[in-house]
Every structure is written in C-alpha cells, then in structure tokens.
Ligand binder design. Sequence first.
Ligand code: GAF
Length: 389
Amino acid sequence: MTLKELAAHVAAEFKEHYGREPRWIVAAPGRVNVIGEHTDYNDGFVLPMAIERYAVMAADAAAAPGRISVYDIHFKESAGIDISGAVTKGQPKWSNYIRGVLAGFQARGTKLPALEVAFMSTVPLGGGLSSSAALEVCTATLVEAATSRSIDPVEKALLAQKAEHDFAGVPCGIMDQFISALGREGHLLLLDCRTRKTELVPMSDPAVALLVINTNVKHELGSGEYAKRRAQCEEAAKILDVKSLRDATAEQLERDKGKMSEVVYRRARHVIGEIERTTMAAEGIRQSNWPTVGQLMYASHYALRDDYEVSCAELDAVVEIAESLGAKGGVYGCRMTGGGFGGCCVALVKAEAAEAIAQKIATAYKAKTGIEAAIFASRPASGATILKG
Ligand code: GAF
C-alpha cells in the first residue's frame, strides 16, 4: 500500500468511525538500519533509512473537552486518554506510546487540544523496524498539526525517545525516533549520536536495492537483554577510562583486555568496530562501492552474532542463505538490523535480481526453519509529514 493509499484508507475509516471527514492527516515512517547497530547509546554513528511503511493518523477536534480518543483501525480497539490533567500511563498497552508523547508536549507547556483520532500502521509490529518510534513520531506530528506549532525535529525526536523510556520502559538510544522524524526520500541518514549532527547520504543508484527480510520471529526489547548490553558497554567505558565507547580505540581495548571480563571485552569489541564500520560504509555508499558496503554489513552481522550476542538462529539463517547466493547471485551483503533477538535482516542486492533473490531467500528460509519470511524492498522514504491540515 502506498502512503497515499494508506492515508485515504485511514481517512475513510475515520469517517466511518466518527461520522465526518478528518481535518488533519499525518504520517511517520518505520526504519531499517543499514549499519551501526547498538552504537547509538555509545555516542557512535548510525546509518538508518526511513522505509515505505508508516504509521498514519487522521484526526479532528473533539466536541467534548479534556479527552483524546484514539481508534486503532487494525485491532478495532479504542483508547480514551484523559488530558484534563497530566497524562499518565494506561490501557490499552499500545496507547502508552501515544500517552508518552502527549505527556512530553505537556512538559513543554503545550495545552493539548481535545481530539478524535483514528490510526493504522503498516510497520510490522515487533519486527525491529521501529513500529513504536513511528507511532510516537506520528503522534508528535499530529500535535504539531493540531496546535499549528511545529517544533524543531531534533527536539521532536528527543521527546519521542523520552516517551519510549518513560512510558514503554525501553531505555533505547536516539536512532529510531531521529530517522522517523528526519528521514529524507532517496537518502540514508548518517547520524553522529554524540553531537546529533546529521548528514544525508544519497542512496539513489538504480543498480542496487535494499531488501528487508522479516524472519517473523518477534523481537522483544523490553526483555532486559537490551538494558544489560547498555550496562556492559558502560562498564567497559569505565574500565577504559573514557566517557563512552566512542572515545575508545581497538588498540586501547586490546591493551586493557585483562582488566575486564571476557563478555564485557567482546561487547566493547563489537561497538568499537561497528562505529568504524559505519563511517566506512557511509563512505562506500557515497562512492557507490557496493562490494565494500556489503562486506561491512556481513562483518557487522558476525560481530552482533558472536561478540554482542543479539542475533538468533533465524536471523543467522537468513544471512547464511544470502551469503550462499553471494555476489554471483546478486547479493552484496546482509545483516540483522535493529535491536536483535528476532525481527529483520537487511540485504544489499543488485536491483535487477532483487525479486529472484527474495524468492530464493524465502524458499530456503522456509526449508531451513519451517517459517514463512515476509520480504519487501524499500527505497529510502521521507520522514514524518503532515499530509492534510
Ligand atoms: C533499538 C533501539 F531502540 C535503538 O535505539 C538502537 O539501540 C537499536 O535497537 C540497536 O542499534 O532499535
């Protein structure tokens, strides 16, 4: 479904549910991270792109004050959010992403308008493609539209990240909300997570395509493993006497290896290597040096699998299949993407072979795991937008 079709569908559902046309329609995309995994909370670099999968909200002012009603089109479930005082956590669970953002606006002194909202998302849930960031940034964009006051996109991303921390209990970094808010069509976003400086890296060579391969094994960031990895990175930085792993070098790590546990050493080795790989991959993309970018993607996967230990059998299976197709079969590189423990892989492939590669991966993956993968190609999409209003 294109964004235009999705917006039309959400508008029609709004009309069906509330009996009138929506006044505002807004959208925010999910993302796939090409490289730079588990580096954002280490002040490193990330290189994500917004994908053509979106959370879309249609809304109008509500007649009754003090409440924002949100209708989830897909699950046919509603949330009533009391805005007469400070917005708090509540039910259903998904409403907390929205509640968190509304609370963030209140903290900035915004007087929230009473609204009726319908929403739908085509970002797969629990697929590691930032369905939650898309919902958060979409909510923030709706508040901007409905109050006729836009906020700086960096502040918007940070507000959405805080919603995830405080209302969803996931101590995430800044990558997902940044790319959903700041993505640009035809570009990857090289983000320096320390300075928050961004660079748009054009990715419009028609010879290559990016495939997103959903293992259909759900990933769960709240499970505690994510927070554990963060703590191990902090421990490594402390031992190395640096502010964050961004400031550490591979040589320094080798020198001080004896001062830390083997696990902490491996976590740090992934992060230090990955930060370097990310800037190298950005350079490779600037030069359309696809074989180099592909090798960096494989190296990233191995480090995530062996050193950082956030992969799983199904993600490894996809990468192995991609590798067996190899450059001859049109695959430059492949890696898990996002937090890990399930979710998706991203593969850099020759555009002309993309469809055949998707077929082959799906067949081999099914044979190996018994699971149907969901595979799609996406061009780099635009970040959050107000489509109406
Ligand atoms: C999740 C987090 F939300 C991001 O901030 C990032 O740390 C990612 O995992 C791993 O790179 O998506």
